[in-house]
Write a protein that binds this ligand. Sequence first.
Ligand SMILES: Nc1ncnc2c1ncn2[C@@H]1O[C@H](COP(=O)(O)OP(=O)(O)OP(=O)(O)O)[C@@H](O)[C@H]1O
Ligand SMILES: [Mg+2]
Length: 263
Amino acid sequence: MSGQQTILKVEGLTKQFGGVAAVHDVSFEVKEGEIFAVIGPNGAGKTTLFNMITGVLPVTTGKVYFKDRELTGLKPYQIAALGVTRTFQNLEVFSNMTVIENVMTGAHLRMNTGILRAGFRFPSVVREEVNIMEKAMECLKLVGIEHLAYERAVTLPYGNQRLLEIARAYVSEPELIFLDEPLAGLNSEETRKWINVILKMRENGMTFVFVEHDIEAVMSISDRIVVLDNGIKIGEGTPEEIYENPKVVAAYLGEEEEDAVSC
Ligand SMILES: Nc1ncnc2c1ncn2[C@@H]1O[C@H](COP(=O)(O)OP(=O)(O)OP(=O)(O)O)[C@@H](O)[C@H]1O
Ligand SMILES: [Mg+2]
């Protein structure tokens, strides 16, 4: 991945909750087109890190840049409008909406229409809605669930809801997507489908940063990985480098292997 432009730069991010640093002085860079993983034990600070980068939580200290633009201090909707979207650790679909309506809510993050204009249903507004619907359908095709477009989202099996979640993050044509434990609760067949979708989107130029505990999936799909433990970055590198990092093995991977043996 050398020679590519930096799309995300995280500089010395720290988050204090009272006297405790949930994230302490974490820095890393992500290059355009990378699939970049953040791993580490429960409570390591992964979600807190994502929350700071995407504006959900204010940083205590440190800076975040998306290309040349500083994100620190911006609100989540402002960050989304710049082309950075995310999903949350707890899967959230709007259960009373259809699948396609759920995806369309993602597109409204970046549409031109203000609330006032939308209320008046000008022809340009209607045209924009139609465009969004077409775009949402394209995204559903990309993730392979277009045949379910008019089903109520809540009736979908979990694996398909996870694909819907990616389609919703993708529809606003972002350049960078954050995913927090996207494989939680998926079986191996659903995981395989998810991996194929991510690889296809990356071929279209998307950059991904994701948190995940499924180490096999992380190692098979990631270009580079950052490892957090107790809020501190203890390792960074390619999957091979991470496997050979004694600090990472002691803090996290060793524990995973023991779990595997005890199953
Ligand atoms: N709003 C908050 N107020 C106080 N402490 C918090 C808050 N959010 C998170 N923490 C603490 O910060 C630490 C890091 O939590 P975080 O959720 O970022 O971990 P994580 O790496 O995402 O864990 P998991 O793998 O279980 O999702 C934990 O000790 C957690 O209890
Ligand atoms: Mg988390």
